[in-house]
Design a protein around this ligand. Structure first.
Ligand SMILES: NC(=O)c1ccc[n+]([C@@H]2O[C@H](COP(=O)([O-])OP(=O)(O)OC[C@H]3O[C@@H](n4cnc5c(N)ncnc54)[C@H](OP(=O)(O)O)[C@@H]3O)[C@@H](O)[C@H]2O)c1
Length: 262
């Protein structure tokens, strides 16, 4: 029986790479993002290279009503979602007091509320069938406060905490929940969209590719791993965070991410 995965934020970056991994593993795909042209491009590419069905849905997922609209669209098409990948998300860099509230509000809606609402809608049908997998994309930002991206870091802490608790609630029911925590990743638009251009550590580090992060996330989902931190460097960082006073960690991130003085 062919399984179907719904991936949010599949028009580029990690979501696009996840779509390729699921395609290689013979899943049918439902790909969601705003950019119709990019989604259609991915659809053409993946149907030409794999014997699978690829459906695309153009939708802005940062609106409060969008999860229900997406769910109803999927139901009306008679589709079953076996795997839900909540990947769409973005960051917004700068001092919190100066943030553009409309943009920040969209970020919080997309990163947290849409992810939670979609899960709430898609989980019960999974439970009825006794099978389902949920992959939520958080970040290594989930593990500590992040001055100058305060709300983004907090949103990813939410995603991690939510997913860990959900994994506990659904254990032994045929459903699994995994949270993927990438560190800074190459081959995505994250940095540009978050306006992180002038942050030094993003420029200096040798970053992993989105394709490697996606494969790692898929493997973690297959293993039913709950928390999956990508890369040895990131795992070391997470371990160091755990044994360092939180205030010291916050200061360190604050120094790393402080806007450059001209
Ligand atoms: N790249 C990194 O360094 C990094 C590190 C840790 C965690 N992450 C997390 O990884 C996830 C994927 O990000 P990425 O790095 O692949 O960034 P990306 O290249 O900017 O891709 C983001 C995806 O989300 C979609 N998206 C953005 N806003 C949307 C909206 N309002 N409605 C629907 N779709 C929307 C985008 O498509 P459209 O623009 O077409 O809508 C795109 O497909 C995010 O949750 C991010 O927080 C990224």
């Amino acid at each position: 029986m062919v399984k179907t995965v719904l991936i949010t934020g599949a028009s580029g970056g990690i979501g696009y790479e996840l779509a390729k991994v699921f395609a290689r593993n013979a899943y049918d795909l439902i790909l969601v993002a705003r950019s119709t042209d990019k989604l259609q491009h991915v659809q053409t590419e993946l149907t030409q290279t794999h014997p699978i069905q690829v459906r695309v849905i153009s939708q802005d997922l940062s609106q409060p009503e969008s999860p229900l609209a997406l769910f109803e669209n999927v139901q009306q098409q008679g589709l079953t979602v076996d795997v839900l990948v909540n990947n769409a998300g973005f960051g917004d860099y700068g001092p919190f007091a100066k943030c553009d509230w409309v943009r920040h509000n969209s970020m919080l809606q997309l990163n947290m509320v849409t992810l939670t609402h979609l899960t709430r809608l898609i989980l019960p049908p999974m439970q009825q069938r006794g099978y389902g997998k949920i992959l939520n994309v958080a970040s290594t930002a989930a593990f500590q406060p992040g001055p100058f991206m305060a709300a983004y870091y907090a949103s990813k802490s939410y995603v991690m905490s939510f997913t860990e608790a959900l994994a506990h609630e659904v254990k032994d029911t045929g459903i699994t929940a995994t949270v993927l925590c990438p560190g800074p990743t190459r081959g995505t638009d994250f940095q540009a969209r978050a306006r992180l251009g002038d942050v030094d550590f993003f420029k200096k580090l040798k970053l992993p590719e989105a394709a490697a992060v996606a494969q790692f996330g898929y493997d973690a989902l297959e293993r039913n791993q709950v928390v999956a931190v990508h890369g040895l460097f990131n795992r070391l960082l997470v371990f160091t965070n755990r044994i360092t006073p939180r205030r010291a960690v916050t200061n360190a991130v604050g120094q790393l991410q402080a806007p450059q003085q001209d």
